[in-house]
Write a protein that binds this ligand. Structure first.
Ligand code: ADP
Ligand code: 2DT
Ligand code: MG
Length: 212
């Protein structure tokens, strides 16, 4: 054949409550791996703009409607994610379907209903959950004006994430919980070690990208 085989990039997701340190660690990790960083919601698309005005509380939507928009916002990015990974570039992603499930379940929607729209999305090679209790998170600079940035709600989101983590692990996904209460540099260190363990196992076995 004429194909020059290039190794697929690694798809890494960083999850956690608001203020857990996701955006900081995603940028550091992308730099470290020379990877592309992306985030959800991707607020620049037409769907992303609807999500943005909902989060900024300038529009109201039913819980089910906004849930499906968050999912659609991931689906509209799948082709681009696959192209990037197929070209051998790795991706570090700030939030993904696991936030989608956790935030909607925290509002009271059923777990299975919340999970369904994301079934079939690319499964991350590794998801790192930056775990922090809601009180400590709230103490970090205080919350802004966006929807969901409330202590009581964040505590419910953390509960919901623990159900998500059990679900992901029981379906063969790689989910690592990182103690996000450590210093910035310690968290960066733990993140890099978790990534190293996964990439060395992928290099050995060469697993193909699964689906949620
Ligand atoms: P997220 O994207 O999860 O909301 P950010 O990375 O934006 O979190 O961080 C939120 C705030 O907390 C920022 O002011 C950041 O500098 C601070 N921060 C992040 N990680 C830590 C840490 N490990 N210890 C103390 N403060 C942190
Ligand atoms: P940040 O942009 O600050 O991370 O906040 N969310 C996100 C959902 O409710 N469902 C989703 O599917 C995703 C990806 C979490 C984004 C806010 O949107 C919430 C906080
Ligand atoms: Mg952030």
């Amino acid at each position: 054949g004429d194909t020059q085989r290039r190794k697929r990039g690694v798809f890494i997701v960083v999850e956690g409550l608001d203020r857990a340190g996701k955006s900081t660690q995603v940028e550091r990790l992308a730099e470290h791996l020379q990877a592309k960083s992306i985030k959800f919601p991707e607020r620049t698309t037409a769907i992303g703009q609807m999500i943005n005005s909902y989060l900024a509380q300038t529009s109201e939507l039913d819980d089910q409607a906004i849930h499906l928009l968050f999912s659609a916002n991931r689906w509209e990015c799948v082709a681009s994610i696959n192209r990037t990974l197929d070209a051998g570039e790795s991706i570090v992603c700030d939030r993904y379907a696991f936030s989608g499930i956790a935030y909607s379940v925290a509002k009271g929607l059923s777990y299975d209903w919340c999970r369904n729209p994301d079934v079939g999305l690319p499964l991350p090679d590794l998801t790192m959950f930056l775990d922090l209790d809601a009180q400590t998170a709230a103490a970090r600079g205080g919350y802004g004006e966006e929807r969901y940035e409330k202590l009581e709600f964040q505590a419910k989101v953390r509960e919901a994430f623990s159900r998500v983590s059990q679900d992901v692990k029981s379906h063969g996904g790689r989910w690592v919980t990182i103690d996000a209460s450590k210093t910035l540099d310690e968290v960066t260190d733990d993140v890099q070690k978790a990534v190293q363990r996964v990439t060395s196992s992928i290099d050995r076995v060469g697993v193909k990208l699964g689906k949620l």
